[in-house]
Design a protein around this ligand. Sequence first.
Ligand code: NAD
Length: 344
Amino acid sequence: MTLFTSEHFDDHEQVVFASDATTGLKAIIAIHNTNRGPALGGCRMWAYDSEEAAIADVLRLSRGMTYKNALANLPWGGGKSVIIADAVSDKTPAMMEAMGVAVERLNGRYIVAEDVGTTPEDMVEIDKATDHVRGVKGKGFDPSPATAYGCFAGIKASVKERLGRSDLEGIRVAVQGLGHVGYDLAHQLREAGADLVVADLNENAIAKARNELGAKVVARDAIHAEDVDVFAPCALGAVINDETVGALKAKIVAGSANNQLAADRHGQALADRGILYAPDYVINAGGVIHIYHEGPNYDKQRAFAHVGEIADTLAEIYDRAAKAKVPTHVAADRLAEERFGKRA
Ligand code: NAD
């Protein structure tokens, strides 16, 4: 097992291994950096092949949250947790409550929320043992509308930067994936006058987009190559890869999907082709920003105004990338590091 020598370690402040014999809980909580405040990040449940794989994943994800929270202007650091278990066959309410006990032992240095394999219902169980949980069913709020709004604001900022336009009238956008975020985003784009091309596996979502939004429907394996202004990946990760990057006709890539670049070199390839890339973890931060605002004093206007700042952050990143002649994902990382005070 490697921790300090892991390629993902990157000066993590604290890594906690938590177990509970009664419920079978085996969890790792990673706190990457708390310079900006307590570490917020979701709890992933996954049947990892090995402990090494779980450690690598939690370190990688935790570090990513430091960058995401910093660029979202949140008073939070970055952390993440993983439970080594199958979310379908192993999960029990008691196991989730035991996870809450493990979180509570960190006295608020880590704040947990849902992630792949956990749900708002699971947060109810965690909530029984700790106050340091967000997105609890019945107390939390759906983050997807805020994520969609953040993407909309980010697309507008990107169109302004790359096409010199302050409106979206007649702008052609290809939306890949019409789920919780993608459909809402497509709706907002249409309202703003954009023309839509869409793809999804879900026939109902496709029919709705065709009928309600006047969208042109194309094949799933062809949408990235559509002749559009903006390609908005809102389904899968790694969609900008060796096979797709050369086929893109869009001048902008901006959407909600996590980990859009299969590798860093694809960010460079986009820049080389003059395609403006809105770094995914910046443009899709609306959900985490919304989580920050949830609670008894929730004010929708204030929360969405904060989400709208994603446009300003992207504008700053684009400006810095142009001045430093680096791809936008590199400029984003550098700005994040300034904001959380990464040690040189
Ligand atoms: P979702 O599961 O509701 O929607 C995903 C949609 O993509 C589904 O309609 C699915 O049928 C479709 N899809 C799957 N494979 C496809 C393919 N090959 N081609 C086209 N469509 C395909 O998910 P979501 O909540 O809308 O999130 C979308 C993306 O945004 C994910 O990558 C997610 O990690 C990311 N994200 C979401 C949020 C949020 O608040 N929901 C926040 C940050 C990031």
